[in-house]
Design a protein around this ligand. Structure first.
Ligand code: HEM
Length: 176
């Protein structure tokens, strides 16, 4: 029996993670990175960012396990040739990039944990002194670019005609 859609749990996780990563990137660039480290409010904002990142990791691990245990749709004709063959490595790239982004963020969080342990303490003046902070920012940028590529690929697939690729990450009858 041909499978036309991903498992409903994967569909929910796909859209939930998509929303959370967008919020995480926007929050990282426009709020966390913009605040002065001397601002005591940054501790709570950064804590929220760290919790959000860990939540994304947990959801991705669940997603990976459910993906291994459920049937999913075959590649479309255009995904079997040329640039379309990048589909599987790029999808895998999401898992690797998210894992590495969280690991670099987590390590930076560990380095600054003293600011949370001591009442009245503030963050170090410059977090860019930590290589893990720099790596975290580059990985977040790579993740953003991969998301752009992912959306462009979905648009291209939709415009090329025969398959409604977005149906695969929607609800409804899964098998023919
Ligand atoms: C998918 C998950 C995550 C994404 C997409 C993300 C994204 C970002 C972005 C875009 C920035 C700003 C980078 C810049 O200035 O160019 C940032 C900063 C930061 N993130 Fe994350 N992050 C994630 C997870 C985490 C986690 C799990 C932690 C810690 C447990 C963490 C800790 C930090 C820290 C400490 C900073 C530096 C803040 C500063 O320098 O002001 N991040 N993150």
């Amino acid at each position: 029996m041909a499978v036309r859609k991903y498992h409903p749990v994967l569909v929910i996780l796909h859209w939930l993670v998509a929303i959370l990563i967008s919020l995480q990137l926007a929050g990282g660039y426009f709020t966390v990175a913009k605040m002065a480290n001397s601002d005591p409010a940054k501790l709570s904002v950064l804590q929220l960012h760290m919790i959000g990142g860990m939540l994304i990791l947990v959801l991705m691990v669940i997603r990976f396990i459910v993906r291994l245990r459920t049937d999913h749709p075959e590649p479309t004709e255009s995904q079997k040739t040329g640039i379309g063959r990048l589909r599987t490595p790029l999808h895998l790239g999401f898992y690797v990039l998210i894992l590495c982004t969280v690991a670099a963020g987590w390590y930076t969080g560990y380095l600054i944990s003293g600011a949370y342990a001591t009442p009245g303490a503030t963050l170090p003046a410059d977090l860019a002194q930590f290589p893990s902070r720099i790596i975290h920012a580059w990985l977040a940028l790579a993740l953003f670019l991969l998301i752009v590529l992912h959306i462009l690929a979905a648009i291209k697939e939709t415009m090329s005609g025969d398959v409604h690729i977005l149906d695969r990450v929607g609800f409804g009858k899964r098998k023919d």
